[in-house]
Design a protein around this ligand. Structure first.
Ligand SMILES: [Zn+2]
Length: 283
């Protein structure tokens, strides 16, 4: 009886009973592409063998139903099983996962897919760089990345906001690659301020790696805006200040009372000079 040929993903129960006998390699294998993520490649492997992800993992005898749980953490045994089933080197399997990251880089790398490239997704691809908070355009085809959930392409965003956000994303990437705490702090302060203005209830990191496109774009644009004279920018945003913006400002500068005092000072000076101008123009 050779059930394996009829239903490739069915666990080969006969073989399993014999200790040390590995599951049969899959009938078909697919070569991983550059920057491909393990879970995405496993999905392509499953499709090539006419089964779904859960069936594939069960066949390989890996104790999870979601390939995404392997993207950040795969042990040697699981890598060896996958490598054997797909007839590729275990090191290649490992290279498809994210390596151990420093805390800050990890916080800017989403555990689950939050955006994708429509073009490449149609071809069954899932790429590593899409998980980065700063990823903006697909590095393979150049298409702008969109949220995996939420409103689809019908959502029209102003071109100016998109361009600003693209610049902000590049600044965030630069700061992250440089591992510059100062620049990252400045970027995240801008994001905190931005989400408060957008009435987004949640963590700044979730705003950057979430499904609400307008919030993400606004936050990235704020990172760009905060680069040149960030304190003055914050002060300008806070002048003509309502309570809501005031709270946003306090939250953004929560841990930096010295900066908050500086922003307040600039805002007062601005209010004074605007007041003086108004008086002059009346005379
Ligand atoms: Zn693409």
């Amino acid at each position: 009886m050779d059930a394996g040929l009829v239903a490739p993903c069915e666990p080969p129960s006969a073989a399993r009973e014999v200790r040390g006998v590995k599951p049969h390699p899959l009938p078909k294998t697919v070569a991983p592409l550059p920057d491909e993520l393990l879970s995405g490649w496993l999905s392509r492997l499953a499709a090539a063998n006419y089964c779904d992800d859960a069936e594939l993992l069960a066949h390989i005898e890996i104790d999870t139903t979601h390939g995404t749980s392997l993207d950040f953490n795969i042990d040697a045994a699981a890598a060896a099983k996958i490598a054997n089933a797909a007839r590729i080197d275990p090191d290649v399997v490992r290279s498809l996962t994210f390596p151990a990251m420093a805390t800050r880089e990890a916080s800017l790398t989403a555990q689950i897919p939050f955006q994708h490239c429509l073009q490449c997704s149609r071809e069954g691809l899932s790429l590593k760089h899409w998980r980065r908070a700063w990823a903006f355009d697909c590095q393979v085809c150049g298409t702008r990345l969109v949220p995996t959930l939420g409103k689809a392409s019908g959502e029209q965003m102003p071109e100016k906001l998109i361009n600003r956000a693209r610049n902000g994303a590049a600044r965030l990437e630069y700061a992250a690659r440089l591992r510059s705490s100062k620049q990252l702090r400045r970027a995240m302060r801008a994001v905190t301020f931005a989400i408060s203005l957008k009435a987004f209830r949640g963590d700044p990191l979730h705003a950057l790696q979430g499904h609400r496109l307008e919030v993400r774009l606004f936050c990235l644009a704020a990172i760009d805006a905060a680069q040149s004279r960030p304190l003055v920018k914050a002060a300008i945003s806070s002048s003509g200040i309502d309570d809501y913006a005031r709270v946003a400002l306090l939250r953004a500068f929560d841990k930096e009372p010295r900066l908050l005092a500086a922003v307040d000072y600039i805002a007062r000076q601005r209010a004074k000079s605007i007041g003086a101008m108004a008086v002059e123009s009346h005379n």
